[in-house]
Ligand binder design. Sequence first.
Ligand SMILES: [Zn+2]
Length: 353
Amino acid sequence: MILSFFNKCVLIFFVCIAFQGLAQDSLATATAEKGDGILSLLRKHGVNPYEAYDDFIAMNMDNLRDSVHLYEGRVYRIPAVTLDSVVIVDAIEKKSTEIKNIESKEYSIFGDKHNDVLIKSKKLEGAVYYLVSGHGGPDPGAMAVYKNKSIAEDEYAYDITLRLAKELLAHSATVYIIIQDLNDGIRDERILEIDHDEVAYGGKDIPLNQTARLKQRVDIINDLHRKNRGKYQRLIVTHIDSRSKGQNIDVFFYHHEKSKNGKKLAESVHKTFGKKYKKYQPNRNYTGTFRDRTGLYLVKKTHPAMAYIEIGNIKNKKDQKRILEPDNRQALAKWISEGVLLDFEGGEIGRIR
Ligand SMILES: [Zn+2]
């Protein structure tokens, strides 16, 4: 008897479920080799690294340096194969694109290696996010030299922003990436090449003049905000050049002083970071804080409720270590996304901002 296409899909699905059951019974382990990070180790063992990341950290917490680094030669527990294996099997099966379309969507902006977004939930359905990575185009932002290589703030802020976008899309949000580099994608390297071909949403060239540059972003965001009137909308701006003077404070969250919803968003992300630091880095105190920064042009002029996040300072040696590691950029994006989810689940305060 010839099985229909649908039945074949169902069959593949159940075969995977059966394998999943098996995988959970036997404990998978792997030895970290030289140069391995969490993502590459998971990938090598056929597990979707982004899906299994949290579980991996929870299972191997005692065996990680700074909560995110592997020790070469040590044995790590690999989380059980998850439902994503269905998609992986489907991708090999080629024919079963129907299932694949339900489970994942492709976005070329994330680059060849990361363009598949697996839909994890509908938690953020109806929510609209505007993501702005600091600087871009002719303006690289803060610069530093790391092992004789120049590194620039805009490339790292962009990479974290893309990773955040992917997380939010995975929970069915509508996401606008306001600064875009069409040929960079998510990058798993420590040194991110500096280029100047970023454009603003709609393919617009980014002006060199600072006021014109900021005004361009503000106009794009406020236009979209008008078009999406009535929806839950939030703006998240990411920089890696701390304006604050405190030396020990590594992540800052700002919001407009009059925006209750902006305050709630910033607080939700702040809360999540606090929890993560406690969970993953018991020896390290989390010292991030948020405050009003009414002086910032973007904070003042944009209409959606917003959180302005400074993820350390690229000129700071300690911060460089954290930001250059792709696993860390992924963790930071994940934490921000969890704060965003927390905020959305808390609902809106009033109608404006
Ligand atoms: Zn900046």
